[in-house]
Design a protein. Structure first.
Length: 284
């Protein structure tokens, strides 16, 4: 059972309606979700391009890091899966770390992440990342304000070091409306095959929407830099979010001179800089 204390009645009514009809939120730019047939066709085309991109990464010794952040149930895992589905596992890694061990809590904060960074020819996906300390940990009381302040300063320097070292770093924030987030959480709670996706922290975070927004805004203000910008993806429609995320990465790399002809441009209504793309209630 998902507790609803502290969640506005208007939101709950919209969620119940969505659970029955699978409708999309009023704030989303499109009135309906992308059809499965269209999605599967476009996804297959992009996944072929991803294989070409991976071969280029391996042949040139590039190192690519893609990290995905967002509220609980924003679609991070599914988006990563769409990227990795047909990539050669010898050269791709998914990093989804559990809570720190006692030993890790005594280390430099970034230390547990550094060991998972790619070597030449590798692509690494982070399902949540060092940015736990910017949003989840301060909201849930898992770190002190001083630790968050230090992290926000150090993250910029840390990422500059990675980029100076030659790593290609992508930071995606999947932006989901409050109604859609709650709909997904409630759907998971009712599905025996998806309940593993729900944690105690997920449930406790639901009434803390505004606190998460404040923490996220502060994170963007400190870490959305020219060298390492955030890319925001509206994810109420998971299919469109996945396709646009893949297009963004493919069109930003030089793996093939004809990529711009084969891979269509991203949808500016759905993906772009942190200051211009958000779901309703997510505005920075």
């Amino acid at each position: 059972m998902v507790p609803t204390e502290g969640i506005p009645e208007e939101v709950l009514r919209k969620v119940e309606n969505a659970l029955r009809k699978e409708v999309i939120s009023d704030s989303y730019p499109y009135p309906t979700k992308l059809s499965r047939a269209t999605y599967e066709r476009q996804k297959a085309e992009l996944q072929i391009e991803l294989l070409k991109m991976q071969r280029w990464v391996q042949e040139t010794g590039e190192r690519v890091v893609l990290l995905f952040e967002g509220r609980d149930a924003a679609g991070k895992g599914g988006t990563i899966k769409s990227f990795m589905e047909h990539l050669n596992p010898r050269g791709t890694t998914l990093v989804a770390l559990p809570i720190p061990s006692e030993r890790e809590r005594g280390q430099w904060y970034f230390q547990r992440y550094v060991q998972h960074l790619p070597t030449k020819g590798e692509i690494v996906f982070f399902d949540r990342s060092w940015y736990n300390r910017a949003v989840i940990e301060p909201v849930m009381g898992f770190c002190t304000p001083a630790e968050t302040d230090r992290f926000l300063r150090d993250a910029v320097l840390f990422e500059e070091m990675l980029i100076d070292e030659g790593l290609r770093l992508y930071k995606f924030w999947l932006s989901v409306s409050r109604e859609e987030q709650l709909r997904r959480v409630m759907s998971r709670a009712r599905d025996d095959l998806k309940q593993w996706k729900l944690s105690d922290v997920d449930i406790r975070s639901l009434p803390l929407w505004d606190k998460y927004t404040e923490a996220r805004n502060r994170m963007f203000a400190a870490t959305d830099t020219k060298a390492s910008p955030w890319v925001v993806v509206k994810s109420d429609d998971k299919r469109r979010a996945r396709l646009n995320s893949m297009r963004y990465v493919l069109r930003s790399l030089e793996y093939d001179p004809g990529v711009a002809e084969r891979v269509s441009k991203t949808d500016p209504k759905l993906i772009g800089p942190a200051k211009s793309v958000f779901a309703e209630g997510e505005v920075w």
